[in-house]
Design a protein around this ligand. Structure first.
Ligand SMILES: [Zn+2]
Length: 234
């Protein structure tokens, strides 16, 4: 049985217990054609435009996982992301952890995020990334019913808890791999450090001969295990 069918078919009681959480959180997502940059928790009035400038200067595609709440507050920035040709994903309405909450809460977090993004961008986002990478058996069927794909990552930069830009750079350098889906945070209060690190990281990726690619829906829908830093936040 493939991992994706395991996730879809395993009875809830086998998937839900907390002792299986590390297993579920060890599922990462890689991209087939190149390195994908993903930016979470925005839009942020200061950091998102800076990321957009860097991506535009270097002609690099990226995916932005926005919370509905912030997208509504910064509709102009949400539009700027879309107009720059980047992918936009739903990161929940209010960045609530989608485990240990009711099904109604999960549905509301998905749908309110979708509605806001659809209203601003004109189309429903294809991708959904659960806040903190936390989810249980209930999430995927809800996303499938909405024609959406869950995307996690294969390389967590830990930019949200780094003390220096150098820490972020070294971690990405150590774990960079073909098809990496890298998660960075433009919406985090400490994103200034990520911005310092970003040009160096992009140089490093190019120097290693990798190209950048948007998230590929086909690959992203097939989770694979890999050994990169286990996620404990996003
Ligand atoms: Zn997040």
């Amino acid at each position: 049985m493939s991992l994706s069918s395991f996730l879809n078919q395993t009875p809830p009681l086998l998937v839900n217990p907390s002792f299986l959480a590390p297993l579920l959180h060890g599922i990462h997502f890689r991209n087939r054609s190149g390195i994908s940059l993903t930016f979470d928790d925005g839009p942020h009035p200061e950091y998102t435009p800076a990321v957009l400038r860097i991506c535009s200067q270097r002609k690099i595609p990226a995916a932005f996982f926005l919370t509905g709440e912030k997208a509504a507050r910064h509709a102009d920035l949400t539009n700027a992301i879309r107009n720059a040709g980047h992918q936009i994903g739903n990161h929940g309405f209010s960045h609530r952890r989608l485990t240990f909450c009711s099904g109604a809460v999960i549905r509301r977090e998905i749908d309110e995020g979708n509605n806001i993004l659809e209203e601003i961008c004109g189309s429903r986002p294809l991708f959904f990334r659960p806040p903190y990478g936390r989810f249980d058996f209930r999430l995927r069927p809800l996303l499938t019913a909405r024609g959406q794909i869950m995307v996690l990552w294969s390389l967590l930069s830990y930019d949200f808890r780094a003390h220096t830009a150098g820490e972020i750079i070294r971690l990405v350098e150590k774990y960079l791999h073909p098809g990496a889906v890298i998660v960075l945070h433009d919406g985090h209060p400490r994103a200034g450090m990520m911005l310092q690190a970003l040009p160096v990281i992009l140089d490093m990726i190019e120097k290693r001969g990798y190209t950048f690619a948007p998230l590929d829906p086909d690959t992203c829908s097939n989770p694979t295990f890999c050994q990169f830093p286990s996620p404990d936040g996003s």
